[in-house]
Design a protein around this ligand. Structure first.
Ligand code: SF4
Ligand code: SF4
Length: 454
């Protein structure tokens, strides 16, 4: 690809090459999802306090109308994803930390308009000549969240990046998990908007180095899109296909040679990582004034009859999406990537962080057996953890021992569970150890704060 400079980067130890399984959707253009009967629009798309509703039951709302206002900088304003009528305030479920579901109050909308195609918008805010402070203010007003989990208010994410003196901003569009093609299609079809959104974010966080990381096998699809990237000082980079190169710790290590400390984030080492969906929503809000109300979601997997890349409004019920995509009877719905997603459950809805809903057939592999010490889990763990020993720590309830082994460095990739011949749910167990350690740390902090007050 002529416009894309193919720089060579080292790789990382561990990891595996996964089957792509993307044939069904790789070339499928983004289309609107079919008619929806109800939306449960989350009032807490981030984990902060819910936004305050501005609408009453029975009220008609228009597409893009502000329907809830954040009372806290860590939360965002909420906009109606479709025109409809407010049925009431209820609850919904969104993916939480370490494979959990978390509950959020939600505005229920019914009598919905159908989802339209992505509109061609004109830019009426000259962000190129605006100062950084004005750009940050505009972003903070817009209700944009980071779409790369953990979901947070984009304004708060930018403040954290500034506090951490971030020098490098990476847009990770490697998307090297099976089935998922949402970011790929976004970059292939709306590339100039994604690139401009990345340039806006780079201005907002004050990054001097800006990288666009893509899968080296897909560069041909992005030729038209990333040509202008260099105009904005963005370096396009093609990375090898190896899972989980898109995990924050891996991509930061590969591109900057910096190691994120266990339990830390990229910002601890002066790097911020974003994705195509965040860049796209940022551009459309900042430059064109379109509030964030929908994202591209891949519906795919062997148990879905109508796979595709769909524009899906926030608050769409996962069960309804699976029905629209033709889920086989007895099959599983999974929210998120196949390696680390969560089984769909009643009340679960799409939010900014959900790039995929998959239909998979239940595995007929039988129950877990005893560890046979084959070592595959540890050999392939990208965080270089002794996963079999962590499994012992889990079984013997030794979170302190697990913390000493560096369990907080786990990136949640799921490779250990995928490879384990004993079918042990290793990544789930490691996630539970991490949660126990974090809860212990939080309790210690609370006790220390309480002691200091007396
Ligand atoms: S322990 Fe964590 S990082 Fe290592 S393979 Fe398992 S899920 Fe991936
Ligand atoms: S892959 Fe499974 S069986 Fe093999 S060492 Fe790890 S936990 Fe034990």
């Amino acid at each position: 690809m002529s416009a894309m400079r193919l720089r060579r980067f080292g790789t990382f130890a561990g990891g595996i090459v996964l089957p792509d399984s993307k044939d069904a959707t790789l070339g499928a253009p983004i289309v609107p999802i079919g008619p929806l009967t109800r939306l449960r629009v989350p009032l807490a798309p981030t984990e902060a306090e819910p936004a305050r509703p501005l609408v009453e039951p029975g009220q008609a709302v228009s597409h893009g109308q502000r329907i809830a206002q954040a009372s806290d900088a860590r939360q965002v304003d909420v906009f109606a994803p479709l025109a409809g009528r407010v049925a009431g305030i209820g609850e919904c479920l969104l993916p939480g930390p370490e494979g959990t579901w978390r509950s959020s109050p939600a505005i229920e909308l019914v009598e919905l308009d159908s989802v339209g195609r992505i509109e061609e918008l004109s830019c009426h805010y000259t962000w190129q000549s605006a100062d950084e402070y004005s750009i940050r203010l505009r972003i903070a007003e817009g209700g944009v969240c980071t779409c790369r989990p953990p979901v947070s208010a984009l304004g708060g994410w930018i403040e954290r990046a500034l506090a951490a003196s971030v020098e490098t901003l990476i847009a990770d569009i490697t998307e090297n998990t099976p089935f998922v093609t949402a970011d790929h299609r976004l970059l292939a079809e709306r590339g100039s908007e994604v690139i401009r959104g990345l340039a806006i974010l780079a201005r907002a966080v004050g990054a001097r180095n800006v990288m666009l990381a893509v899968d080296h096998r897909r560069t041909g699809a992005y030729r038209a899109a990333v040509g202008p990237a260099r105009l904005y000082g963005i370096e396009p980079i093609a990375l090898p296909h190896k899972y989980p190169i898109g995990a924050e710790a891996m991509i930061v290590k590969v591109l900057t040679r910096r190691e994120i400390p266990p339990g830390g984030t990229a910002m601890d080492v002066g790097v911020a990582v974003t994705d195509a969906a965040t860049c796209w929503l940022t551009y459309r809000w900042v430059a064109c004034g379109e509030p964030p109300t929908a994202r591209v979601v891949t519906l795919s997997g062997p148990a879905l009859h109508r796979p595709g890349n769909y524009l899906v409004p926030f608050g769409a019920e996962i069960e309804e999406l699976l029905a629209l995509a033709g889920l086989d009877a007895q099959a599983w719905g999974v929210c998120g990537p196949a390696m680390s997603g969560q089984l769909a459950t009643a009340g679960a809805v799409t939010g900014p962080g959900g790039n995929a809903v998959l239909g998979l057939h239940p595995q007929q592999a039988g129950p877990p057996t005893q560890c046979i010490r084959c070592g595959w889990c540890s050999e392939n763990c990208p965080a270089r953890l002794n996963v079999a020993a962590l499994n012992d720590d889990f079984e013997l309830n030794r979170p302190t021992q697990a913390a000493r082994r560096g369990v907080l460095a786990c990136v949640g990739c799921g490779i250990c569970s995928y490879l384990c011949p004993a079918r042990l749910p290793l990544s789930r167990r490691v996630a539970l150890l991490k949660r126990a350690i974090r809860q212990g740390q939080s309790r210690s902090r609370d006790a220390r704060d309480a002691a200091q007050k007396h």
